[in-house]
Design a protein around this ligand. Structure first.
Ligand code: G3P
Ligand code: MG
Length: 251
């Protein structure tokens, strides 16, 4: 079966620069860029009052000096938090960024985004639609076609909402470890062009099965060059990595 076009690099930085800088901040993305990375994965969710921002967890507890649920806070409250000190003193004061601000930085600096839609529980549809519509607004200029973001999510519901709001963006369905038996059906349900699996769940056979069904294959979070080489040899299209200092960015 013919495979869909895959205008994404072979390596994508995870959350900006893995663990080398505070995840999902502009500082992290700049750090990834300093190692030559021109593509990054980010986790995007909604504040209580509807602003899209970068944060992995449902709460601010781990990655900021705030406490409580992101969905229970306004953007103004979230914007006042320190999202850097938890990592190291050098990053004290680093703010939680909006998706808009990060995308603007990426556009200016030629960094491609893999925008992971990371909805807080119960906000799957609204987050999927909001990410798709904001991505559409950000990348409407045809001159930005080469930087078109890849949208991904573990949530089938969020991806369906994203597809309905802005079908022009490629979608990848994320899967946890273990890989669920219905992974192909999930990809089909959202019109995904790729499956995006935990790298430990992949085998040569699964990669071949995805390709035979017209799906590209991405995986996360592979931090060892030997493992990455094996995955590429099986035909994996993209490896998402924390190890931006060890695995060379490859277009
Ligand atoms: O998008 C790939 C990867 O980031 C998925 O897992 O939990 O790191 O967001 P997680
Ligand atoms: Mg992620």
């Amino acid at each position: 079966m013919n495979l869909p076009a895959w205008p994404y690099p072979k390596t994508i930085a995870h959350r900006g620069a893995g663990r080398l800088a505070p995840e999902n901040t502009l500082a992290a993305i700049r750090h990834g860029v300093s190692f030559g990375y021109r593509a990054t994965e980010i986790d995007v969710k909604l504040s209580g009052d509807g602003t899209l921002l970068l944060m992995h967890d449902d709460t601010t507890n781990r990655c900021s000096d705030g406490r409580g649920r992101v969905a229970a806070k306004t953007w103004h409250q979230l914007a006042l938090l320190d999202a850097g000190s938890w990592h190291s003193p050098a990053y004290a004061g680093e703010p939680i960024p909006t998706y808009w601000r990060v995308a603007k930085y990426c556009i200016e600096n030629g960094v491609q985004l893999n925008t992971e839609i990371k909805p807080c529980i119960g906000r799957e549809r609204e987050t999927g639609a909001a990410v798709a519509l904001e991505t559409q607004a950000l990348f409407s200029d045809p001159a930005l076609a080469a930087l078109k973001p890849l949208l991904s999510s573990f949530s089938t519901e969020a991806l369906i909402a994203a597809r309905d709001a802005a079908p022009e963006f490629d979608r990848a369905h994320l899967f946890e470890n273990p890989l669920p038996a219905d992974w192909l059906a999930c990809c089909k349900a959202v019109g995904a062009i790729a499956m995006d699996a935990n790298w430990r769940t992949l085998t040569r056979e699964i990669v071949a099965q995805a390709h035979a069904n017209g799906l590209r294959v991405a995986c996360y979070t592979c931090n060892d060059m030997v493992d990455a080489e094996r995955l590429w040899a099986w035909g994996v299209d993209t490896v998402i990595t924390d190890a931006v200092d060890k695995i060379v960015f490859t277009k």
